[in-house]
Every structure is written in C-alpha cells, then in structure tokens.
Design a protein around this ligand. Structure first.
Ligand code: ADP
Length: 440
C-alpha cells in the first residue's frame, strides 16, 4: 500500500515532467518545458504542505484534507497518530481523575513535597487539617506554613522513621500525626492524620494513672506516719513476730511510695508536649552527687569510679536529668552483683555530642531482653527487681527524659560481662560555662 502510493507520486512527477518536455519540444524549448513542469510539481507540493500546516494547527476541528498519492498517506498517518494520542490522553485523564477522586475522598491529608522542600500538591483533607490555600500556598517552603518548633526540627533532621505528633496549626484542640515518606528523587509524601480521639483516650489513661497515684499518696502518708514510730520502738513495744511484720510493712510502704513517685514522674514527662527548657545544668556536680548516692547505696559491695572528661554543661531540665542518672546508677548497684566495678563518665565526642554513661562489669542482660527494657514494668528478673526495691519504671523514665532532651538512650550488654547505658545528647544541648572559660 505504502509502496503503491510512492509509485503513484513518482508517476505524477514523471508524467508532469514528460508532458512539459513534450509540449515545449514543439517549439524546441524542452528545457523551458522541464522547468515549468518541475515548477508546477513544486507548487502542487507546496499547496499540500500549506493544507497540512492549516490542518495541523487545529487538528481536532476537522478531518485531515484529502490529498492524492503519498501526501494522502502522510495525512492519514498523522490523523491515525493524532487519534491514538487522543485516546491515550483520555485514558490518562481518567486515571488521574480516579486518583484525584480517591485522594479527595481520603480523610487523611496528603501533601506532596518537592526536592526543594516546597509544597507541590495536596488533597482537600490536607487543606482542611493544615489550612493550606490553593493556589496561594503552592511552591511555599513547608516550614513557612508549618512553623511549630517540633515540626521544624523534625523536618530538618530528615529522619522520618517515627511519626511526629503535634497540635493542629488551625485548631489548638486537635492533634495531628505527621508521617513523611521519601520516594523517587528525594520527593516526599507527607501523610497527616487527625488522631485527636486516640490522643484523648491516651490523655484519659495518663490522667487516670496520675490521679490514682496522687490519691494514693495521702493514705500512704498517714499509713507510713503511724508505721515509722511503731517500727522505731518495735523492740520494746511489740512481740518479735509482730515487729518482723512491721518491718516488712515499712519496706512495702516504701516501695509503694517509690512506685507512686515514678508513676507521677512518668505521667508528667508524657504530658509535656514541648522539649525540655534550655537551662544550663552543671553536669559535674550532678554526676558527683549521683556518684555519692551510688557509693552510699552500694555500701561497699561495688567499686565506683567517676570520670569527668568534659567541663561542658547540659541545656535541659535538672530534675529530669538527675532522675535519669540516679535511675541508671541505682540499677547498676542493684543488678551488677557484689565485688564489681561501676564507672560513671561524662565526655564529649569529636562531633561535639555529649555522652553520659553508666557502665558495670556485672551480670549483664541477655540480648533478647534489650529491645524491651524501656517498656513500663518490663523486668528481666521480676523477683530480683522487687527484692531490690525496683518499680519497673526506671528505664521508661530515662527514655522519656531523653526524648525531652532530643537525645537517645543506648543500651549495650553482654551476659556475664556487664552492661553500659549511654545517654547521648546532641551538640546543641551542650553549653560552655563562661566562668570556666574565664578561669582558663
Ligand atoms: P527496675 O525498677 O525493675 O529496676 P528498670 O526499668 O530500671 O526497672 O530496669 C528494667 C530491668 O532492666 C530491670 O528489672 C533489670 O532486670 C534490668 N537492668 C537494668 N539495669 C541493669 C544493669 N545495670 N545490669 C543488669 N540488669 C539491669
């Protein structure tokens, strides 16, 4: 078919040329005849080109013009190609439309973020939850519109393994969870979920635990208030069997007090939605006190060493930091075993991060327990923990303190060799005390 059309085209050219030459030969001017014939063929070709150009400008208005021989084939090819493209476009439009309708129907917000951290596109839910206005906010930097300090920091770190939960920028009473997924060439999809209901349930649970703990404090104070003088004079006032009972009651009351204190501390830490303040805390004296408390608790059963290789202060909450360190030291003393070494150290890494660690060469912990150690009430050896006055909340408190301080708790332990609990603080939490600089 295609070859056939080409032959016809060549025949048109040949016949025009021959006719021109034949007619002009009558006057013995065959060259003029050839020129006129070729000029006519050129004019015919230009005419077809002009028609093609006119049609190509508005191909959807009309069918392509009819043309003889190869020009007709060119028009047909272009027409078929154009129809195929149009069908493909329609299919694509339908797919995009389906995705658009799907994303509009989602109750979760979806935001596409470009490589340059600007907003590209978002669905209706994202507009509602985050207050983005289309097209005004398009191409804006994400942190220009989401200015919550926790979000700005979360976005800057680029570590999106865990979702972020903050209050909604448009409605203070609502809670939003942000999860960022990186795909393609560093483009990101941000999924925003309204978790107000879940958050309220958790708040209710936390309030319940805090209230119960608080309510238990008063009867416990009365109880221990009577117990103390009784225990102090048990030898003279009570028969031996009862004095043993009073001693045990006092021990359990103390345990209960510790448990209530830890529960209240944990619920306070959980309720705080902001990072801990940037107040300078003197780590040297904090570690010194933890060391002295450890020595007193150990009563000579272990050898404690304090190594201070940095004079930097920490920016944070002193009470929380003290509680974290005290918990770790008390754990080392209670679990390492007798005649062991415990080392408390404070130093700075080459990258300027702070490392506070409590290491012991005691019994260690089997590796399968390590991932769960910071869960509330998780104990490796329940009997031992209770016997040594443990509440099962110590490491959960340490973990929360570190979250508030943008740091991490790292646990390394080998059974039979010992354990090392390291608190790592980011460089921005370290602070050089001016008085130390002046002394130097
Ligand atoms: P607890 O109040 O029971 O001590 P923690 O949360 O402080 O609770 O610790 C959880 C568990 O981790 C403890 O029950 C103990 O089994 C284990 N553990 C903590 N520190 C050490 C340590 N230095 N050596 C061995 N085991 C430890």
């Amino acid at each position: 078919m295609a070859v056939h059309r080409w032959i016809r085209e060549l025949l048109i050219l040949l016949l025009t040329t021959l006719l021109g030459i034949a007619v002009a030969s009558l006057w013995q001017q065959w060259l003029v005849g050839l020129t006129v014939a070729l000029a006519l063929y050129l004019a015919y070709s230009l005419l077809q080109l002009w028609r093609l150009d006119r049609w190509a400008k508005h191909p959807d208005r009309a069918l392509p013009p009819h043309a003889p021989a190869q020009w007709g084939a060119v028009f047909d090819h272009l027409y078929r190609y154009q129809r195929k493209q149009r069908r493909r476009q329609e299919q694509l439009r339908q797919v995009i439309g389906r995705f658009d309708r799907l994303s509009e129907a989602l109750s979760d917000g979806m935001v596409v973020i470009t490589q340059r951290d600007t907003l590209d596109n978002w669905n209706a839910a994202a507009g509602r939850l985050l207050g983005f206005k289309y097209p005004h906010d398009r191409s804006q930097h994400v942190t220009n519109l989401l200015r919550h300090p926790l979000f700005v920091e979360y976005f800057a770190t680029g570590n999106f393994d865990d979702p972020l939960v903050i209050k909604s920028p448009t409605d203070e009473s609502r809670w939003l969870q942000f999860q960022i997924i990186t795909y393609g060439n560093n483009e990101r999809l941000m999924v925003v979920r309204d978790i107000t209901r879940l958050q309220r349930l958790q708040e209710m649970r936390r309030d319940f635990v805090a209230n119960v703990s608080h309510e238990l404090r008063t009867p416990l104070t009365v109880f221990t208030g009577y117990l103390e003088p009784l225990a102090a004079h048990a030898d003279t006032l009570l028969p031996p069997r009862m004095s043993k009972g009073v001693e045990q009651m006092q021990q359990q009351a103390n345990r209960m007090r510790h448990l209530i204190d830890d529960l209240l501390m944990l619920s306070r830490l959980e309720n705080e939605q902001t990072l801990s303040p940037l107040t300078p805390v003197n780590v040297t004296s904090l570690m010194q006190r933890a060391y002295e408390d450890g020595v007193a608790l150990s009563q000579g059963r272990q050898q404690l060493t304090l190594t201070l290789d940095s004079d930097k202060q920490l920016l944070g909450d002193e009470e929380q930091l003290r509680s974290a360190v005290t918990n770790l030291v008390s754990n080392a003393v209670r679990y390492a075993g007798d005649n062991r070494n415990i080392t408390l150290s404070w130093n700075e890494t080459a990258a300027g991060e702070g490392r506070l660690s409590i290491a012991d060469d005691g019994e260690g912990i089997d590796s399968h327990h390590l991932a769960r150690l910071t869960e509330r009430f998780y104990r490796v050896d329940k009997g031992r923990s209770s016997a040594t006055g443990g509440t099962g909340l110590g490491l959960a408190i340490v973990k929360h303190v570190m979250l508030r301080h943008q740091g991490e708790l790292d646990i390394e332990s080998t059974l039979g060799r010992g354990s090392c609990f390291t608190l790592s603080f980011p460089a921005q939490r370290l602070h050089q005390d001016d008085s130390v600089l002046r002394e130097q």
